[in-house]
Design a protein around this ligand. Structure first.
Ligand code: AMP
Ligand code: MG
Length: 411
């Protein structure tokens, strides 16, 4: 063991993730308009105030009738009914249907009192202001009962429910224009490095563009958080300290930095983080993303992601993503995983868990996983090409082509 290995514990991926997630709970509720609530989690039980549909209505364009008036009707001996009224959707008729009459009625219109069935247009013959009915109709035929969808008083959507488009539609149907959901987490994002410049800056020799500040912000947005972009800190104690303090003042629920945590290189970050809060450095048995800083600064969890663009994204995936979902009140934290057949062989020397970038393709009922090419943690194109991350277990150092691996889907 070298000095670094003695100083900083090596954690299994699960243990590190668990220790980290222990610091997160669903955030408090806020009231938002129902479209703003899409993909968020209900923080209240939603109870129906009235039946849906509120009134019995017709499922077809047709004629509202009393069943007795269709008794004995046959193709060769039709019954003749007088059309007493015409009713469009959106209106009601208070007078009951009298014997021997029918009411012409359009889909969705509440049926008049006394209606026992609705005969579709195409099943009658019209003779002036009369119709001919050719068969007997049973009770309730083509009538939607009041409350057949939802009953007044029912808990239609329970606290904890993830709101998809259908739940948003249901809220609207229930007359709810606003709803209580867990608020979105605010995630501060700070890049570090004297060499790092913004996408909009003009390039100078020695400089590289800040990929992480944007990829991480996009990941935050994608999973329902609100990114607070803090720009790029120089590798000095003063600049780093000032930017971290400024970020905290903006009220972050999670603080992400990238860079400055690799071996022998993290002195500034380490110094600042230790001075400003309680900081631990971990080595996590994963690749990419071994060095990881974690701690609390003024009570805010801070995750120091590695600087290499692939490491920053994959570490975000494993740690920040489930934290954001937890704060949103979500309980399904893991990505879907599929079994796939490796097209390329994989050899490696260390005992870390590898997250290998692969493309997926279905062929002959099988899912094939192909490496995206160079797997270096600085090769951002490997993420650009990837459909998923193949999970190579810690204890396998050789997977021949044809091996079955688990692949975590990225979208
Ligand atoms: P570090 O952990 O700071 O030593 O960074 C590791 C590698 O990632 C170095 O080659 C850095 O130049 C690079 N790097 C650090 N931060 C970023 C960033 N925000 N965007 C792109 N590359 C970065
Ligand atoms: Mg650096």
């Amino acid at each position: 063991m070298n000095r670094e290995e003695e100083a900083y514990p090596m954690l299994e991926v699960e243990e590190a993730v668990e220790r980290f997630l222990d610091h997160f709970r669903p955030l408090e509720a806020e009231t938002v308009s129902i479209l703003e609530a899409l993909d968020r989690v209900l923080a209240e039980d939603v109870v129906a105030e009235m039946d849906i549909p509120p009134l019995a209505n017709t499922a077809m364009d047709g004629y509202a009738v009393r069943c007795d008036d269709t008794g004995g009707a046959r193709p060769d001996a039709p019954r003749r009914l007088r059309v007493a009224a015409d009713l469009a959707a959106g209106y009601t008729l208070d007078e009951a249907i009298t014997p021997g009459t029918a009411v012409r009625i359009m889909t969705g219109a509440p049926v008049p009192p006394g209606t026992e069935a609705v005969i579709p247009f195409e099943e009658v013959e019209v003779e002036g202001d009369h119709i001919l009915v050719f068969k007997r109709y049973p009770h309730h035929k083509n009538i939607r009962a009041a409350g057949e969808d939802v009953r007044a008083g029912e808990v239609v959507l329970a606290k904890g429910k993830l709101l998809r488009p259908q739940e948003i539609g249901m809220l609207a149907a229930l007359g709810r224009s606003e709803v209580r959901v867990h608020r979105r987490p605010r995630v501060a994002i700070l890049s570090t490095g004297d060499e790092v410049i913004d996408a909009a800056d003009s390039w100078q020799p020695g400089k590289i563009r800040d990929a992480n500040g944007y990829s991480n912000a996009a990941q935050v947005l994608k999973h329902g958080g609100l990114p607070i972009r803090l720009g790029i800190a120089r590798d000095t104690v003063n600049d780093l300290t000032a930017r971290i303090r400024a970020g905290l003042e903006q009220g972050a629920d999670l603080f992400l930095t990238s860079g400055g945590v690799s071996v022998g290189d993290f002195d500034v970050v380490k110094t600042v983080l230790a001075a400003e809060g309680e900081m631990t450095f971990w080595r996590v048995r994963m690749k990419p993303g071994k060095p990881l800083a974690f701690g609390l600064i003024q009570g805010t969890p801070l995750l120091g992601l590695p600087g290499n663009p692939v490491s920053a994204m994959v570490s975000f995936e494993m740690f920040a993503r489930p934290a954001i979902l937890t704060m949103l009140g979500k309980t399904k934290l893991s990505r879907p995983i599929v079994d796939a057949v490796l097209v390329d062989e994989i050899k490696r020397k260390d005992d870390r868990r590898h997250y290998v970038r692969v493309t997926l393709e279905t062929q002959g009922g099988q899912t094939l996983a192909r490496l995206t090419g160079d797997q270096g943690s600085g090769i951002l194109l490997s993420m650009v090409k990837a459909d998923g991350l193949a999970i190579i277990p810690e204890d396998l150092d050789h997977l021949p082509a044809g091996s079955v691996v688990q692949v975590m889907l990225l979208d």
